[in-house]
Design a protein around this ligand. Structure first.
Ligand code: PHE
Length: 437
């Protein structure tokens, strides 16, 4: 579960969404939303999976026996495929920056040039498309060869490595001249104006980062043993994921201010600010800087691969079960689908930048709609399911391991209240605010 949660969502998405939505105030809303709403939903999804012993698209239907939930099982299959279509574009960017780190291009550029490398890369035509296709091709090959488990074992080393590298970047980033403005930006609410849409953005980010509302946790929950205390493992995962995201904020925002970039610069934020850190480091010691930047982009790349294969796997297993397809065919289909839409996403900062939906480029549109709208909708359905459709005794039994975990028996009342009343009301309120204001 931790492997699925930790990914580009923490390191790439959190800092830029925070930068677009008011800094410190956003961080506070994000923390509150994660603890009060996302964490109970996290537990609820794992609980549904363990109770039904089914994967995403069959679980709710299996428990309730109602047709409506069968139909709703479609959403958790469609959303990961939409996300994968642009996640793999960001995966491609990571790959490109890994190459640039190895070749020394990041260290040899001047500090002014280095923040612009990203902009000229994504607005070009061949580069973003080729790297995106390369990235998603690698993911597809991993899925076909069935070496997913091998890659996931590998990520047991790279995720902690990423963690350590982020700490190194924090320390270095804080030592840059001008970085304190970034710290202020993260800690002082009220310096930035807060748009009502920030609530949906914070909630959506929290869902995205915890892999909620996509059926991924329902599927993983179905593998959790009936002896496990799912409240402890869920809370541990959610809190660690949140801490990691906030750390990424402290690694990136000080560098953003030191480099004179805009915090609201959008999805490229990490790719503009982190190279600046490596570049300045490189002026003192090119070898150390090259090694650290290679390790950093390699770890980001592996985190992106593991997350993207789990996104693609949802579609692959759906096609295999539903249409009795062979794994290879199902994977080729998902590759063509996500890869094809991904090409358009990859071009949406360049030749297709004039193509706008609701004033957003295709990439931004799919990212915003899937996270701030579809995930919230799916999350809403899962709380209604656990709070109102499932029998309270069944939920309690699953939550407390049939009453054997004393502490869980004591907090069950709070959990059920949050799921039954607080989470649905909050989600509707956020949804309405997002559309009306
Ligand atoms: N939670 C992942 C991240 O933070 C994204 C993801 C969601 C990956 C769902 C897999 C499944 O990057």
């Amino acid at each position: 579960m931790a492997g699925s949660a930790i990914g580009l969502g923490n390191i790439w998405r959190f800092p830029y969404v925070m930068g677009e939505n008011g800094g410190a105030a956003f961080v506070i809303i994000y923390i509150a939303a994660t603890i009060l709403i996302s964490l109970p939903i996290f537990v609820a999804e794992v609980l549904v999976g363990r109770n039904s012993e089914r994967s995403a698209f069959g679980a709710m239907h299996a428990i309730s026996g109602k047709r409506f939930w069968k139909w709703m099982g479609f959403l958790p299959v469609a959303i990961p495929l939409i996300i994968s279509s642009y996640y793999s574009v960001v995966g491609g960017w990571s790959l490109k920056f890994l190459f640039s780190s190895v070749s020394g291009a990041l260290v040899s550029a001047s500090p002014d040039q280095v923040t612009g490398i990203f902009g000229s890369f994504i607005s070009s035509t061949n580069g973003p498309v080729v790297f995106h296709l390369l990235f998603i091709f690698v993911c597809a090959v991993i899925l076909i060869c069935g070496v997913k488990a091998g890659i996931e074992k590998f990520s047991k080393f790279t995720i902690p490595a990423l963690f350590v590298l982020v700490v190194i970047i924090i320390v270095y980033s804080l030592s840059l001249p001008g970085s304190m403005n970034g710290v202020k930006y993260l800690l002082e609410p009220g310096t930035q104006s807060l748009h009502p849409k920030a609530f949906a953005a914070a909630m959506g980010q929290s869902f995205y980062s915890l892999s909620l509302g996509m059926g991924v946790l329902i599927t993983y929950g179905s593998y959790v043993s009936h002896k496990e205390n799912l409240v402890v493992s869920s809370a541990g995962t959610a809190l660690f994921d949140m801490a990691f995201a906030i750390m990424a904020g402290f690694a990136i925002m000080p560098a953003v201010f030191a480099a004179g970039l805009e915090p609201g610069a959008g999805p490229g934020l990490i790719f503009q600010s982190v190279p600046y850190v490596f570049n300045t480091m490189g002026a003192e010691s090119p070898i150390i800087s090259t090694v650290i930047s290679v390790l950093f982009f390699l770890s980001v790349l592996v985190a992106a691969i593991t997350s993207n294969i789990s996104l693609m796997e949802v579609g692959v297993s759906y096609f295999m079960q539903k249409f009795s397809m062979k794994r290879i065919l199902a994977t080729v289909l998902v590759f063509l689908l996500c890869g094809g839409v991904g090409v358009l996403n990859a071009l949406s900062f360049g030749v297709l930048s004039d193509f706008k939906i609701l004033d957003m480029g295709l990439f931004d549109f799919l990212d915003t709609v899937s996270s701030n709208v579809l995930l919230l909708l799916c999350g809403f359905l899962s709380v209604i399911f656990v709070g109102w459709v499932m029998k309270k005794e069944d939920v309690k039994k699953e939550f407390t391991n049939s009453g054997s975990i004393e502490a869980n028996v004591r907090i069950f009342g709070v959990f059920h209240f949050l799921i039954r009343y607080v989470a649905p009301v909050a989600l509707v309120a956020i949804f309405v605010t997002n559309f009306i204001l």
